[in-house]
Design a protein around this ligand. Structure first.
Ligand code: NAP
Ligand code: GDD
Length: 352
């Protein structure tokens, strides 16, 4: 049987690395778009990155395609050459706060990027199946306490606005040009491979460093924001399942539970034998370890956003029904997975 061929855009990121491992296990030939950088940026995929460009000798490994979502020419050349059956677009400037600092760049990659890929699919090989990584951030501070596929978008950051454009472009190419193009509207999902400047990984790494006396305090921003945190590894399997459905469609993926940043700090602290209690208000609030009476957490207003999304909580019942999927990893388990792995990574001087 001929092997299926996938192109993953954003393969060096958290999700791209898990998806690549999953597709390789499914016997796909996996090509991954990697950006040129002056320092290695392939830490998350080094264990499955081929040294060859030849599909035959790259069995069970990723073939690297140098590229960038900013270049239509580059995207077209890659698609024309490898003729994938499936494209997963996970590439993005994915940090909400940073998007306020580089809005134009964020729009170019996050909003126009998907258009460039879909236009190439339309013109080169319209039977390619396309998955767009959309975001719960598109819901913004919603009037609905629980958000699903029918909830109105209310994007409140350059990142969220750009993702909303990517979402609609995906739907337009599906409706107008009959391309199999689906949106996976993902609520926050975390793992040991999460980027260091997202709050969960930052908390885990920061508390371990406080514990190891490498630093005195961990500085955070809005402690009261609530997020629906799932496990990234599980969400990547869903991406593949969505492209195996008979019809392209849009699905929310979420756990239907949510916790605050404060909850995450307490849970990660507990795994590290801290007992964190809170004192003070606003920017003067501190988290203290009750066992030692030492301040561990401080607030730095730098981490506040011009407009933060206060609460996200997903209803993924449409997905549960379509692919019989339910999340397996609880919040507590996710925190433990992240803390345990981080301790190991630090011991081995490794950073994902
Ligand atoms: P991530 O770790 O930040 O990875 C983003 C990937 O995009 C990296 O491979 C990055 O490459 C690549 N990229 C950045 N700019 C690019 C460009 N100009 N051209 C091509 N590739 C570029 O993000 P993630 O957490 O894996 O998320 C995957 C996707 O899902 C993203 O689109 C994100 O916006 C979306 N999403 C994520 C979540 C979540 O909670 N994780 C929730 C909803 C939606 P480098 O490694 O070179 O930077
Ligand atoms: N990053 C960060 N750093 N966030 C902090 C901090 C801090 O020091 N302190 C508090 N927070 C709060 C943020 O204000 C936000 O309310 C919450 O923690 C989560 O922030 P992030 O982990 O940066 O994630 P996000 O929710 O903004 O965005 C992530 O999820 C989206 C889906 O809802 C990213 O993965 C996006 O790419 C994704 O689309």
């Amino acid at each position: 049987m001929t092997k299926k061929r996938a192109l993953i855009i954003g393969i060096t990121g958290q999700d791209g690395s898990y998806l690549a491992e999953f597709l390789i296990k499914k016997n796909y030939i996996v090509h991954g778009m990697v950006r040129r950088s002056s320092m290695p940026n392939t830490q998350r995929i080094d264990h499955i990155l081929s040294t060859s460009r030849d599909e035959e000798s790259s069995n069970k490994k990723i073939i690297r395609e140098y590229g960038d979502l900013s270049s239509s020419e580059n995207i077209q050349n890659i698609i024309r050459r490898i003729k994938p059956d499936e494209i997963y677009n996970l590439g993005a400037q994915s940090h909400v706060k940073v998007s306020f600092e580089i809005p134009e760049y964020t729009y170019d990659i996050v909003a126009v990027g998907p258009l460039r890929v879909l236009e190439a699919i339309k013109n080169i090989k319209p039977n390619i199946k396309y998955l767009q990584a959309s975001s719960s951030e598109m819901f913004g501070n919603s009037e609905n306490n629980i958000q699903n596929e029918n909830t109105q978008f209310n994007p409140e950051s350059p990142y969220a606005s750009a993702k909303t454009l990517g979402y609609w472009t995906t739907r337009n190419y599906r409706d107008n040009f009959k391309i199999f193009a689906s949106n996976v509207i993902m609520f926050n999902h975390e793992s040991p491979r999460r980027g260091l400047n997202f709050v969960t990984k930052k908390i885990v790494r920061g508390l371990i460093e406080v514990k190891n006396k490498k630093r005195k305090y961990l500085y955070l921003g809005n402690l009261n924001a609530k997020r629906d945190w799932g496990y990234a590894k599980e969400y990547c399997e869903v991406m593949w399942k969505m492209l195996q459905l008979k019809k392209a469609d849009d699905f929310v993926i979420a756990t239907n539970t949510h916790y605050s940043v404060r909850d995450f700090v307490e849970a990660a602290g507990k795994e590290l034998n801290f007992e964190i209690i809170w004192k003070g208000k606003g920017t003067k609030e501190v988290g203290i370890d009750k066992k030692t009476n030492k301040t561990v957490i401080k607030i730095d207003p730098y981490y506040f956003r011009p407009n933060d999304v206060q609460s996200l909580l997903g209803d993924a019942s449409k997905l549960y029904k379509a692919i019989k999927w339910k999340p397996k990893t609880s919040f507590k388990k996710l925190v433990k997975i992240m803390v345990d792995k981080e301790i190991e990574l630090i011991k081995n001087h490794k950073i994902y």
